[in-house]
Design a binder for this molecule. Structure first.
Ligand SMILES: Nc1ncnc2c1ncn2[C@@H]1O[C@H](COP(=O)(O)OP(=O)(O)OP(=O)(O)O)[C@@H](O)[C@H]1O
Ligand SMILES: [Mg+2]
Length: 500
């Protein structure tokens, strides 16, 4: 349309002005629209509040990052376990062994049960005159993992009247957390974890379930019943004490609060037993890491992230679980290849067998022990055990990674005396002199000595047990002489197998 012809040349300017204003008003219309929307929303919320004045807070088991278990969830669970255990209006409960379920009502060490809300149950709580409702929920993740295992999303929901909003935020939730922490500390059952093989994990992105399985840690070994040279034992206990009380010192020097122990020595010298004694002494959980079922360095990191503070991470027989023997160069090359790629050209650590398809490299392990991620959590010991320290890469056991190296050796006389006290409750005996002499000539591990000192029938006493030990030591001495003679090519008595 010809605007100038319609209105005449004089009015065309006016029309343009009107169009400009209209456009501007359209912009204003948007503003008006959003203003109206806000007002409506506010009114809708007020209306909703009139109809349903209740608010809810959901506490998920896994934090938004999906990798770590939420502390708040654990605290709420412990709080609710205690609250629920004493209630008779909750109809559906889960039962767990007391001290076996991560907190909860009244520890009993195997005799009592902790009762917790079953999924879908609701329980009422009162706090400073306000009534609140908790309910437990568990949803299956629609997105099933590669192995068809759907993750479960657990959560607790707290519902309360909106007039209690400030009370809940400022007082009730802190109260729940504090009480939960107290109950957890009171009833803490230490746990022994082992890693689920990587091959059984869900999709890579699916961190919503634990990568560790757990059982209550019930190993009875303590430093009192661990036989070893008393000076050496005291040194280890002092070291553990120092570590436990060194939070401030670690913070001051900017070091992660962790410590590495290497236990080395022949089979049966008490390395695994020492780990149990350490865990019992410090009151820590134990994560028994089976390296052969970890596929990649990334998987190793995921496992690390899911460990809790106040724990010992143990890698037993580290010389067997991976080829960490002076192959750092090769391992580093492997690590440089894209981590976790199924088709990486080089399998750095090929272990064969069940979980054998692993690409965990020495670099991966070094980073696990000492890298940036290792500072995740605090108050943690990393213990490696090995029968062959000489086979380990020096990088793995250098100070800073393995801060304390403890040799677990053959039974010496001091260790024997501890074993005699533990097994027979004797401090001295006429056989002690013979034992002392023989132990200087014969290598016998504490496991074997302990076995000979263990009563085998009701008639066994200190005399018979010690006589059995002396007999075994003589036999071991003779056997060693035969082996030595054979090595030297000496002739042997054919009948008795002894040197003529
Ligand atoms: N120093 C010790 N004091 C008390 N008992 C011991 C000691 N050493 C070994 N034992 C006993 O011997 C058995 C074997 O010990 P343990 O499993 O700790 O040995 P290890 O050094 O870990 O052996 P391996 O290298 O084969 O794993 C256990 O039953 C343990 O109780
Ligand atoms: Mg062992």
């Amino acid at each position: 349309m010809d605007v100038a012809a319609w209105f005449g040349p004089v009015n065309s300017g006016l029309v343009l002005l009107m169009l400009t204003m209209l456009l501007r008003n359209l912009q204003n219309f948007d503003l008006l629209q959003s203003f109206v929307k806000r007002q409506l929303n506010r009114r809708a919320r007020r209306l909703a509040a009139l109809i349903d004045p209740y608010l809810s807070i959901t506490i998920h088991e896994y934090d938004a990052g999906r990798m770590t278990r939420s502390d708040v969830f654990a605290e709420a669970k412990a709080y609710l376990d205690v609250a629920v255990g004493s209630r008779d209006d909750v109809r559906h409960l889960n039962a767990e062994d007391a001290r076996g379920g991560g907190g909860g009502g009244g520890g009993g060490g195997g005799k009592l049960l902790v009762l917790s809300m079953a999924d879908g149950e609701e329980v009422e709580d009162c706090f400073r005159g306000a009534t609140l409702w908790w309910s437990a929920h568990c949803e299956q993740d629609d997105d099933k993992g590669r192995r068809g295992r759907a993750a479960q999303r657990r959560s607790y929901r707290l519902v309360f009247h909106e007039r209690h909003r400030d009370l809940v935020r400022a007082a009730y939730l802190p109260h729940v957390r504090e009480q939960g922490r107290t109950f957890m500390a009171q009833n803490r059952q230490r746990k022994l974890y082992t890693n689920i093989p990587s091959s059984r994990w869900g999709d890579d992105g699916n961190y919503m379930s634990s990568l560790w399985t757990e059982v209550p840690f019930k190993h009875p070994k303590t430093f009192e019943t661990l036989a070893m040279n008393p000076t050496k034992k005291k040194d280890i206990i002092d070291d553990l004490d120092m570590f436990k009380n060194s939070k401030e010192q670690h913070r001051r020097v900017g070091k992660a609060w962790k410590r590495g122990y290497l236990l080395y020595g022949p089979p049966g010298t008490g390395k695994s037993t020492m780990v149990a004694a350490m865990a019992n002494y410090l009151g820590y959980d134990v994560y028994d890491l089976e390296l052969t079922s970890v596929h990649t360095n990334t998987d190793l990191r995921k496992l690390l992230i899911q460990t809790m503070s106040k724990s010992i991470i143990v890698i037993e027989d580290v010389d067997c679980s991976s080829s960490l023997t002076g192959r750092r160069k090769a391992d580093d090359d492997g690590a440089a290849a894209k981590d976790g790629d199924a088709g990486t050209p080089k399998k750095v650590l090929d272990r064969g067998g069940g979980g054998g398809d692993t690409k965990v490299t020495l670099s991966g392990l070094l980073n696990f022990i000492d890298g940036l991620w290792s500072a995740f959590g605090e108050e943690r010991l990393i213990v490696l055990t090995t029968n062959h320290i000489e086979d380990l890469d020096p990088a793995l056991i250098r100070t800073g990674r393995m801060d304390k190296k403890i040799e677990m050796s053959y039974c010496d006389f001091e260790t024997f005396k501890s074993l005699a006290k533990i097994h027979l409750d004797v401090d001295s005996h006429e056989q002690f002199a013979a034992v002392e002499e023989l132990l200087e000539e014969v290598d016998l591990v504490p496991a074997d000595v302990g076995e000979h000192l263990t009563a085998k029938n009701p008639q066994d006493d200190a005399d018979s047990c010690l006589a059995r030990l002396v007999n075994a030591l003589h036999k071991a001495k003779d056997a060693a002489a035969v082996v030595a003679a054979a090595a030297n090519g000496d002739p042997q008595d054919e009948e008795n197998g002894v040197i003529v």
